[in-house]
Design a protein around this ligand. Structure first.
Ligand SMILES: O=P(O)(O)OC[C@H]1O[C@H](OP(=O)(O)OP(=O)(O)O)[C@H](O)[C@@H]1O
Ligand SMILES: O=c1cc[nH]c(=O)[nH]1
Ligand SMILES: [Mg+2]
Length: 207
């Protein structure tokens, strides 16, 4: 399932991210803000239970999170800024990291790191990566998560290309995808069009 979260605040902030004139500091802040807004939607179906306590006025039953514990997994580098923002909302979530870069010639992902919570099988997992382009990186990262035992996973990205959505759907049809926008496609270098450029480079000021 693909959900495009087209809230006006997200769309406005995404347009600022797309603008080539936006510098590193602002881009990084915007990526964090869009991630928080995406998380609001991605976590809409978290289970609630109730707790009994007294407000300053009266005693009662009140809703509190009660379902599976959460894990946020950052696909490095660019996904890191997303998990760091989202931990502000869900500070009890455990955080995992999968390090992967896309070979510029072959566009296939190369994995260089993986560190996941030991109890990931029992957690609701949110994989974060701003860019879903060919989908090679997300498909490989989702396989890594499933090999580690993860069963309930959502993929959160800021921009998706139809090619990447199709690749994830094909390899991992059980994984819902949330994105701020579905763009037109990919150029000859595998960049999303119109896109926002190389997310990692724009967040960290490399290149
Ligand atoms: O869907 P794909 O075609 O696999 O491309 C998407 C990947 O490309 C970017 O990472 P990149 O390889 O640039 O690594 P970086 O975060 O270290 O810059 C992006 O953050 C995704 O992980
Ligand atoms: O447009 C793209 C495609 C892959 N990775 C990026 O960072 N940007
Ligand atoms: Mg990059």
């Amino acid at each position: 399932m693909l959900t495009t979260v087209d809230h006006p605040l997200i769309q406005h902030k995404l347009s600022l991210m797309r603008d080539a004139r936006t510098g590193v500091k602002e881009f990084r802040e915007l990526a964090g803000e869009v991630s928080l807004l995406l998380a609001y939607e991605a976590m809409r179906d978290l289970e609630l239970t109730s707790a009994r306590f007294a407000t300053p006025v009266v005693e009662g039953e009140f809703p509190v999170l009660g379902g599976k514990k959460l894990a946020l997994v950052a696909l490095l580098r660019a996904g890191l800024v997303m998990t760091e923002a989202i931990t502000g909302l869900v500070p009890a979530a455990k955080v995992g990291h999968i390090g992967m870069y896309r070979d510029p010639q072959t566009l296939t992902p190369v994995t260089y790191y993986s560190k996941l919570p030991g109890d990931i099988a029992a957690r609701q997992v949110f994989l974060t990566d701003p860019m879903l382009a060919t989908g090679g990186s997300a498909v490989a990262a989702l396989s890594t998560l499933k090999e580690a035992g993860a069963k309930q996973i959502k993929l959160m990205c800021i921009l998706a290309a139809p090619e990447g959505v199709a690749a994830v759907r094909e390899a991992h049809p059980d994984v819902p995808i949330l994105t701020a926008a579905l763009d037109d496609g990919l150029n000859d270098h595998g960049y999303i069009v119109p896109g926002l450029g190389d997310a990692g480079d724009r967040i960290y000021g490399t290149k």
